[in-house]
Design a protein around this ligand. Structure first.
Ligand code: ATP
Length: 386
């Protein structure tokens, strides 16, 4: 089976062809990158309306050149969650294409696609999944025919939390990679000093000097935030180099709104931006690592997959990998082209859904900007015992 997938939930117009027989994926993407500020829904939709026909045409042309006029067996598209104006353009394109080609239409949940691509690429059986994307942050686990939300952000998505800070300091979207680069710069400079001290006055104003900054990781080992093992961008930076930012975890839920505001305030107070980026990353990723470990512990799972655009961050992957190694769990993050928004993951899940007969009549295929992962009956795993 070959499926043409279309993705366009927010900023990235993308089309892909997935050939299930060879497990090969061709992805074409055209991102919307504003010169300044964040994603503007109207501008993003304007971008989609121009870019979606182009990427779809590129993929369809390549598909027909390779496989002939019957190259596509089904069309899959992101039904949500996402920005309504963008989703509607994608939905319209997918319906038109499925109708023209006379093939079934498959409506894919974008968050479940982030998860499933990790499961597909890793070969893991029943992982906990951390979706660390721009507008979302979820911990998901499969139980009784659905992906259950084990924990989630109580406010902003993880990428949006980083982007909110970078917008405040005048950096263009996307902010996450710039935060990563600035944090690495700070770590390299602090590591170069050898003692990890920022100002040498020992004033104790940073986290790392009291109990409240220990990462509560569910098994009581109290590994410290920022105690990197020397191969990532935390380098030899001491916990005393961390700014005191809000760390909010409630069970397996978490919150980022306070930390974004505190980071903005620190910038207004003149704290060097590289230093804020470093502390912001360490805190946010420690929260995600803590809740992931709790989810593994409580579900008894021994596999973790990571998904979403923020998963491109080396430091996040390093922290999760270290946590998994410490508890004997396996960890997998797909390669970057499957982490950021991409139609490859829509086509791969679309093929699994189509193979299990999970297609959608055009009349029922309206998009859903608030489509939650636990609304999706997981038809393609029905033969599995979990
Ligand atoms: P969603 O998938 O929830 O709809 P989204 O469409 O915004 O979210 P993704 O492509 O999953 O998008 O992720 C984009 C986000 O990833 C942006 O917020 C961006 O700043 C962040 N990001 C990208 N690269 C990195 C990185 N290296 N470090 C941290 N964040 C990053």
């Amino acid at each position: 089976m070959r499926v043409l997938g279309i993705e366009g939930t927010a900023w990235c117009a993308s089309a892909a062809l997935y050939d299930a027989e060879t497990d090969a994926v061709l992805i074409e993407s055209d991102p919307y990158e504003p010169d300044s500020g964040g994603i503007h829904p109207r501008e993003a939709a304007e971008h989609m309306s121009e870019a979606i026909p182009e990427v779809v045409d590129d993929v369809l042309t390549a598909a027909e050149a390779e496989y002939g006029p019957n190259a596509v067996d089904a069309v899959a598209f992101s039904r949500g969650p996402g920005l309504g104006p963008c989703l509607r353009i994608v939905g319209t394109a997918a319906r038109a294409l499925a109708g023209t080609l006379s093939v079934p239409l498959v409506g894919v949940n974008h968050m479940v696609a982030h998860l499933e691509i990790g499961r597909h690429r890793s070969g893991f059986d029943n992982p906990v999944c951390l979706n660390a994307s721009g507008a979302n942050a979820h911990l998901l686990g499969y139980h009784d025919g659905r992906y259950r939300v084990l924990g989630e952000t109580m406010d902003a998505g993880v990428g949006n939390a980083l982007d909110k800070f970078t917008r405040h300091v005048g950096w263009s979207h996307p902010g996450g990679p710039k935060v990563e680069a600035a944090a690495a710069e700070f770590a390299a400079a602090a590591g170069g000093r050898g003692d990890g001290s920022r100002d040498g006055d020992g004033d104790g104003s940073r986290v790392g000097d009291g109990d409240e900054d220990r990462s509560r990781d569910g098994d009581g080992d109290e590994s410290r935030v920022g105690d990197g093992d020397g191969n990532g961008n935390s380098g030899s930076v001491a916990a005393a180099d961390l700014l005191d930012l809000p760390y909010v975890v409630k069970g397996m839920d978490f919150s980022f709104s306070g930390i974004s505001s505190a980071a903005n305030d620190a910038a207004d107070d003149g704290v060097p931006v590289e230093e804020i980026c470093f502390s912001l990353q360490e805190h946010v990723f420690a929260m995600l690592t803590e809740v992931s470990e709790r989810a593994l512990s409580l579900t008894g799972a021994d596999e973790l997959v990571l998904g979403g655009g923020v998963a491109q961050n080396d430091r996040l992957r390093e922290m999760l990998a270290a946590m998994c190694e410490a508890r004997g769990a396996e960890f997998h993050a797909p390669e970057p082209r499957f982490l950021r928004d991409n139609a490859g993951m829509i086509a791969v899940l679309g093929a699994k859904m189509a193979a299990s007969g999970d297609t959608i009549p055009i009349a029922e295929s309206r998009v859903d900007p608030d489509f939650r992962p636990d609304q999706v009956p997981v038809t393609w795993r029905s033969g599995e015992s979990v």
